[in-house]
Design a binder for this molecule. Structure first.
Ligand code: SAM
Length: 313
């Protein structure tokens, strides 16, 4: 269970960058071997990583990934830590490069950090005016500006519906395509003003859903998660654990199905009745772990967090 010492340390070390969610539950779920090798795929402010490091002895190793260059400033000066400033979809490639064939545990705390949301220039938040950017990795060319200005109507409709659950996704997509030839959609304020007429319900909530959809698309968050999950079984030692924290139902469904069946589709939808996919993982959490009311009060971001844990057979 969540340990106050872990929380205090993690918050001190990650500062204002990000408050880690489900910290004690994630570390306990990983069943950490003090001399083991672990991977944190989403280092961020290092809240989970620093607490994990506290549970390792001098032989332990912690490999941390983050595709956002800002995270590098949080990496502790500790010889047990190796920071890899790349997308976790390349997990296996980088572990091979560093002669690490197998590990004892892998964790990921998906999505964006509070730091990314709170930096106006990054373009993630509806609260500020800035360029429509939303890239976690600023080396990649595709930005939110490119998505809203170049995608065709069908593609926009589908991403707003799937990734944002925007109720009038079709109207929104049609309006973007209609206005973009005459109106600049360069900045967040331009974008919000141009779409003012199609907002349904609370504008803050509406644009939060629209921005979530754009962010997931820009960073190919679903694609990266699929690629990560597919690499996990081959990288874990038998008995090694994987812990994934998700923040929306599409991600959680991918993790749930992959842990259960080794595929991304629910088994019921498999086209051949007799074909049963099998997983190399044993489920540790039958139901996802969620934040208790104290954590939800302390950290509202934890309200939508779901933690699933599995073990390599
Ligand atoms: C929710 S934050 C993690 C916070 C961290 N657990 C902590 O306690 O501070 C997610 C971080 O993962 C990074 N990230 C998200 N997707 C990534 C990916 N596919 N590859 C590498 N880093 C990623 C983001 O840049 C962000 O810094």
């Amino acid at each position: 269970m969540e340990n106050n010492h872990d929380i205090a340390n993690a918050n001190r070390l990650s500062g204002d960058y990000h408050v880690p969610v489900l910290l004690g539950q994630t570390l306990d779920g990983l069943a950490i071997q003090p001399g083991g090798t672990y991977v944190d795929c989403t280092f961020g402010g290092g809240g989970h990583a620093s607490a994990l490091l506290q549970r390792l002895n001098e032989n332990g190793k912690l490999i941390v990934f983050d595709q956002d260059a800002d995270a590098a400033a949080n990496v502790p000066a500790d010889t047990r830590v190796l920071f890899i400033p790349h997308n976790f979809r390349h997990l296996q490639r980088f572990l091979r490069l560093h002669n690490v064939p197998l590990v004892d545990g892998i964790m990921a705390d998906l999505g964006v950090s509070s730091h990314q949301f709170d930096e106006p220039a990054r373009g993630f938040s509806t609260r500020f005016d800035a360029a429509l950017d939303m890239r976690m990795d600023r080396r990649q060319p595709l930005t939110a500006f490119d998505v809203v200005n170049t995608y065709d109507e069908q593609r926009l409709h589908s991403l707003f519906e799937r990734y944002g659950e925007v109720t009038n996704a079709k109207t929104l997509a049609r309006t973007i395509v209609a206005v973009r030839s005459t109106t600049s959609l360069q900045t967040i304020n331009n974008f919000k003003a141009a779409l003012h007429a199609v907002v349904k319900g609370n504008p803050h909530k509406y644009f939060a859903q629209v921005f979530q959809a754009l962010r997931i698309e820009v960073n190919d968050e679903m694609g990266a998660l699929r690629e990560l999950l597919q690499q996990v079984p081959a990288l874990l030692k038998p008995g090694g654990r994987v812990a994934i924290i998700t923040f929306h139902s599409l991600e959680d469904r991918l993790v749930k199905n992959f842990f259960r069946h080794g595929t991304f589709e629910a088994l019921e939808t498999h086209p051949f009745e007799n074909v049963t996919a099998s997983s190399a993982l044993k489920i540790i959490t039958k139901k996802p772990i969620t934040a208790d009311s104290a954590e939800q009060k302390r950290n509202p971001r934890s309200r939508s967090a779901k933690l699933r844990i599995a073990e390599k057979i």
